[in-house]
Design a protein around this ligand. Sequence first.
Ligand code: ATP
Ligand code: MG
Ligand code: MG
Ligand code: MG
Length: 483
Amino acid sequence: MGPIQIKQILSEANVGSEVVVKGWVRTKRESKNAIFIALNDGSTIHNIQAVAEPGQINEETLKLITTGSCLKVTGNLVESVGSGQAVEVKLTDVLVYGTADPDVYPLQPKKHSLEFLREIAHLRPRTNTFSAILRIRHALAFAVHKYYNDNGFYYLHTPIITASDAEGAGEMFRVTTLDLNKLPRTEEGNIDFKEDFFGRETNLTVSGQLEGELGAMALSKIYTFGPTFRAENSNTTRHLAEFWMIEPEMAFFELEDNMNLAEDFVKYVIRYALENCADDLNFLQKRLEEEEKSKPQNERSLPLLEKLRFVVENAFERITYTEAIDILMKSKPFKEKKFQYEVAWGVDLQSEHERFLVEKHFKKPVILTNYPRAIKSFYMKQNEQTANEPGPTVRAMDVLFPGIGEIIGGSQREENYDKLITRMHEVGIEPESMWWFLETRKFGTAPHSGFGLGFERLILFVTGMTNIRDVIPFPRTPKSAEF
Ligand code: ATP
Ligand code: MG
Ligand code: MG
Ligand code: MG
């Protein structure tokens, strides 16, 4: 449907046929014998080369054909005599749809820094690096749906506007229709949300989990895949204020089943990218190799494709939080006081600790389980405390990846009504405010589990990029929301 894309023209390589190519000029080169125009339409990393004879394109038009201009080229597909491409278009006609004044067009045919490209997020999809990332992002999203569909999960659409704060972390964007300059007040002086559109305090979702649990307690296996919002004022390379999360939730799954699913799922989508995004991955691998050249030999990382294949082909390490603390406390950086943050049983792990376990100790992805109850959410299933654990734990599981740290957070959920109520009181949640959630435990409760995968963190791993702002089309961080 619609005009034929460059990807199709190149793959069919129907030499002798007439083609019409529509796309943006990457480069124009004039020599004594010919004019070469490299066109790209974003359907593939590869350009198609159009060749014209000197004088064939009138002077006026030729001047308008510059990097960034948009063209319609008609011609015959012929075998290319030059190296670098199998076929090219012998131009018979050209139409300029839109010009791009080279004096002001920000993208020139040279390597731009990622920092600069972040400032022109509206144009960066026209670069090789970003178009490759966006195509891989698309393929991974498709693979996510395919995986769950093929495994009997239903796609559940959980609300964006919600009154629940699943994580209890308080990092929420408030949603209100109230006039902020004239906030109605109750007699006690609090904001009176009764006059709000929803009649109560609402926020943008931080996780679809709680609503996802409602789905799992009816359809058995569901997943959500949508935007998630966290008002985290942290300027790290792994946090966005708006990110996409994939959250499967399954009735009758215990922690072990949950881990098996997480591992199988992540391997599936990475394998899907390896099989379906070879050109783009090869391009990104070469790009990374250029960067690595400046590093000393022993600090260079594995080529991108090898790194991906390794993860797909090897079992993830599975250890408990208590074992992880033990390893960290015996580690060289701990003894040499090289960790910035505290390591002790009961303290949450920081990215530096997670990365030590994954990159230095096990040298493979790690699934960490059974975290201290005090540092995890109220809804996680409580464990019987064992002799070697200084305090009570819950059936949590985090999946840690090289170069990133946590990519998945999940758990088996507490299905016992009374235990859940007690825990809510302990952490200061009014059970009445979550009556709808508690009814799943009151009526036909069932063991169930689930997890959340940060989609951008997965894309970081697959593309080898290092800043989360570079794997989402329009990053939302404290300092960037231009449009
Ligand atoms: P972190 O410890 O890295 O802040 P978290 O424990 O707060 O993550 P969870 O609430 O467990 O995150 O959310 C599940 C997953 O969502 C995480 O494992 C991560 O992949 C992703 N995620 C969480 N916060 C962000 C964010 N601000 N930007 C991008 N992805 C995120
Ligand atoms: Mg967080
Ligand atoms: Mg965390
Ligand atoms: Mg987490």
